[in-house]
Design a protein around this ligand. Sequence first.
Ligand code: GDP
Ligand code: IMO
Ligand code: MG
Length: 424
Amino acid sequence: MPVQVIVGAQWGDEGKGKLVDMLSEHADIVARYQGGANAGHTVCIGDRQYVLHLIPSGMFHPHITCVIGNGVVIDPVALLDEIAQLEAAGVSIAGRLLISHTAHLIMPYHKQLDVIREVQSSNKIGTTGRGIGPAYIDKFMRTGIRIVDLLDRDVFARKLTANLEEKNKILTKVYGETKIDVDALIEEYQAFDKRIDDYITDTALFLNTELHRGKKVIAEGAQGALLDIDHGTYPYVTSSSPTSGGACTGLGIPPTAITSVLGVVKAYTTRVGNGPFPTEQHEEAGVRLREIGHEFGATTGRPRRCGWFDAVAMRYSAMINGVDTIAVTKLDVLDDFDEIPVCIGYEHRGKRLRSFPSDLSTLERISPVYEMFEGWKTPVSGVRTYGDLPAKARRYVEALAALTGTRLWVVSVGPRRDQSIQVP
Ligand code: GDP
Ligand code: IMO
Ligand code: MG
């Protein structure tokens, strides 16, 4: 039962979309297991660039069936918009997309509360404003509305009415906003039901049946391990489980079905939103990385914070995820640097730390210890075989694997499909 999990091993935007698209060639099913439209996964085919938020990144291979699992929180507005955009671009969705009947819905009040809480909070997370946190709150509060509820108008109306009773009090009395009209919202969501009805199914049953038939599944993570609600830099995290364990709960597949975990890592580090980032570069190097790497969020367009590769954080991420192989992306962005620092350790109050600190106050105060690598000063974006990479570039990526206890499998030297090098 081969399931390969693809996880973002840093703080998101590592290039998961590109890798999932690449690996889809030899798979049957691609299934997203958590998060929502906070994700922005880019797939470049020729000169065209597609950014996917909810639809799995295997969609560009006609033989692939795409699954949105029960662990995902679905905003029907975003989903229908994405389906329409893909169909307009000539990508046929019908019969190739399955949506879990037990996935939770993101409602307009979730998005509204996400934005208002961020504006009013004294401790801003820097969320994407897509309603992710508030939707998962309702899921865990056991008041959430699921896709299956859309199928029965009476059940949907009852659940929505109960939810709005509370949400309207919060919106009007706590935040001074206007009330949401129950009837209008029922009508709006009934219209969604008609449009997504054909895609809804028991995806856990589908996946397990297909796995028993020997089909190959890619479990596509969104965000990154360091944004994980349990294992990330809490509270500066997202509200789901991007780590590989999330693939089991978010899809309803057993841990024994997972045969490998690919960690996608950038050759340096980026982060969008607030929270600790030990190797962040505020001066010239950070600006250069952002400009050369076009580091602006695929979902919100916000500039990404940039810094050097952090082998301590990555080693931790590899441990939590059980990463066996890594794909190093955006190596080409480092082409012009004379020297490339890599963080190989943390020092705290004069002492070397043995592991990634779990408390933020320590993480915010550590000093990174860097090892310097010589830059290769040659463009690598046209290189297609590992042996043709400059020796100094090979030394760099091999060091990243060695420092993090993982095996180097793919090196990416540009956004396009043909710009990936498989390491022998
Ligand atoms: P994801 O969220 O992990 O799927 O990553 P994003 O799509 O948010 O961000 C990755 C960005 O880097 C996208 O714009 C990709 O097209 C781009 N990209 C991926 N791999 C490479 C690479 O090797 N080199 C360069 N220059 N860009 C890349
Ligand atoms: P992909 O899948 C990078 C960040 C936000 C914020 C924090 C919480 O494209 O890698 P949320 O809206 O989830 O409640 O925001 O998480 N964040 C991401 N950062 N890539 C993403 O997705 C992200 N999704 C959320 O910036 O700091
Ligand atoms: Mg992204």
